[in-house]
Design a protein around this ligand. Structure first.
Ligand SMILES: [Mn+2]
Length: 597
């Protein structure tokens, strides 16, 4: 029996309820994701896909007309004319002028993954077409985020009259106006939402500026830079630039674009999803040599995946900017020297391990301090904490405690803080309000993440302010938590074939969540510890069908307890190809467990 047949009876019953369950191991109730059964049927008919997959697409609001293309995303179908971005034409013409005149192009980037990959994309392109290029990436600690006049002057000294800022610049009004006054043409490739008016630059390409109508607000800086290259390449082709040179194949840069998109946590919908899907193919077939070296050094196995981008390559690229300098990562991604590449991959790999060790030690300190508080928000400050890891630690703290967390690294009489929120709690808004109240020296951010500078003497006041402002929203957010289930399936759905069908709806990420399925009335047998706290087991159905399953990082927590003892249970989880074992293997990756009532 094929997976599809086994699933049809379930998929047809659109209104099927979840089985009666007891308390879940996570403590979070399960809820069946809503979808329109007629839309699912239309998708199944128009796109010729099995109903279970049509149902996933309907739940993700994919239209029937676009469903076939959704499952085979191509740039040809999805890439808009880059000129739909406000100011892109001016930007492309200026950079094309630089190329035809043999001018040096200056690039000012950022120390995070998106900023580094965006800078690398521009540099690789210029290198390939023989245009001199100078890149400046700021130091996270000594310079901080965004351009400075000093950096611009350094690029000017290297010969650049045209400077492209990537992943920054949208809020750098003063610096850019000063640079323009000194005769520099500044082009901004950014995606950050800012309250202030766009700077008076030669061109400000930013899908999130108020007068942009491109609808591409979900692109990161690396993707904007890629759109820029599409435009520049077209312009140079029209000027006959490639009559005497080979035209670069821009698709080869897509693995870097995908890395930027995933690490900047962009919504996996629309063009961002298509670019990521194509980027993953590039990473498998003809990867950036630096990424290939890093992947090999990390011992990553199996096909390229969003997981590899976000959890293997991303952290290693980021480690450079956190505890070394981002220029190491840029060099890894752009050098033509194989020995140098291997040395850099090794260095970033080691730096990442160092970063992990620092992070663990700060996290342990922070958790200890947090244990003494009982608020709905967490504000923690410490002496001697590495500024490069406080953002990650705030994120971990938020995950562990299920509350918004602010982590402040104190240095003398002031501290720099990083804040991470939970769904539905506007932490950035609260930080802005605290700044307006005079509690902060500096601060700003988005709903989910913010940064701040604070005087040591105001930390308690700030903590009280945050608690007063956010406690209600945190309570509501915690009470509303649900695990969204896509469908209840039979054991035979855990197959390579079905896993491949689901994967075609990916890559998954924000706004395109990976489907979660429920297996009912199973018993977990042959439990084995594996790797770093994982549990591997066989799930056996009432009719004796057996499914291989794994619970990652289950350790000795609630999930492990719920799996033990061969009780009758329901399981929520993902169905994936098992690249570890390879071949036709598939497995059920357990997300949560509930006792069968
Ligand atoms: Mn970015």
């Amino acid at each position: 029996m094929t997976a599809a047949l086994a699933l049809n009876d379930i998929a047809d019953a659109a209104g099927i309820a979840l089985p009666a369950i007891g308390d879940t191991a996570s403590g979070i109730p399960w809820r069946l994701r809503r979808f329109d059964p007629r839309a699912a049927l239309a998708i199944a008919q128009r796109a010729g896909v099995d109903l279970p997959v049509a149902r996933l697409l309907a739940a993700r609001r994919v239209a029937a007309e676009g469903a076939a293309r959704h499952l085979k995303p191509t740039l040809r179908d999805s890439l808009p004319d880059p000129f739909v971005l406000t100011d892109m034409e001016r930007a492309a013409l200026r950079i094309a002028d630089a190329a035809t005149n043999g001018e040096t192009v200056g690039v000012f980037g950022d120390y995070d993954v998106d900023g580094t990959t965006a800078a690398a994309i521009l540099k690789l392109y210029c290198d390939e077409i023989g245009v001199p290029v100078a890149v400046y990436l700021p130091d996270r600690v000594s310079e901080g985020y965004g351009p400075s006049i000093g950096a611009f002057r350094e690029l000017a000294k290297a010969g650049a009259r045209c400077i492209v800022t990537v992943d920054c610049g949208a809020a750098a009004r003063q610096v850019i106006e000063q640079a323009s006054g000194e005769g520099l043409d500044v082009v901004v490739f950014d995606h950050h939402l800012t309250a202030a008016a766009a700077p008076n630059a030669l061109a400000v390409v930013n899908p999130n500026r108020p007068d942009d109508r491109s609808g591409l607000g979900g692109l990161c800086a690396a993707a904007i830079a890629f759109m820029g290259l599409v435009a520049i390449n077209r312009e140079l082709r029209a000027r006959g630039f490639f009559r005497t040179r080979t035209e670069p194949d821009l698709r080869r840069l897509l693995d870097l674009v995908a890395l930027g998109l995933v690490c900047d946590i962009m919504p996996m919908t629309g063009l961002a999803r298509v670019l990521t899907a194509q980027g993953l193919k590039v990473l498998d077939a003809r990867p950036n040599p630096g990424l290939a070296a890093l992947r090999a050094r990390a011992g990553a196995r199996g096909a390229a995946s969003v997981f590899q981008l976000g959890f293997v390559l991303g952290p290693r690229i980021n480690a450079a900017g956190r505890i070394g300098h981002a220029r190491l990562a840029l060099e890894l991604l752009t050098t033509g020297d194989e020995a140098r590449r291997a040395a850099l991959a090794d260095r970033l790999h080691v730096m990442n391990a160092e970063r992990q060790a620092i992070e663990t030690s700060v996290l342990e300190d922070a958790l200890q301090i947090a244990a003494s508080g009982d608020g709905r928000t967490v504000v923690i400050a410490g002496e001697g904490w590495h500024q490069g890891v406080i953002g990650i630690v705030a994120g971990r703290l938020k995950e562990r405690l299920g509350r918004p967390a602010v982590v402040i690294a104190l240095d003398g009489e002031t501290g720099k803080g990083s804040a991470r929120s939970i769904e539905g709690v506007d932490l950035g808004g609260a930080v802005n309000a605290a700044k307006a109240e005079g509690l902060l020296l500096a601060g700003g951010g988005h709903a989910m993440a913010a940064g701040l500078t604070i005087a040591r003497s105001r930390i308690e006041d700030f903590a009280r302010f945050l608690e007063g402002r956010l406690a209600g929203a945190v309570e509501r957010s915690l009470a509303d938590r649900r695990l969204d289930i896509d469908a209840v399936v039979g054991a035979s759905a855990v197959s390579r074939r079905f896993a491949a069908m689901i994967a075609a709806a990916g890559p998954f990420g924000p706004r395109n969540p990976e489907p979660i399925f429920v297996l009912t009335n199973m018993r977990a047998r042959a439990l084995k510890a594996a790797g770093k706290g994982h549990i591997v087991c066989a799930l056996v159905s009432e009719t004796g069908e057996s499914v291989r399953a794994i619970a990652f990082r289950a350790g000795e927590g609630q999930l492990a307890a719920a799996l033990a003892g061969e009780r009758m249970i329901h399981l929520a989880g993902r169905i994936r190809a098992d690249d570890w074992r390879g071949g036709e293997a598939a497995q059920f990756e357990i997300a949560d467990v509930a006792p069968a009532a």
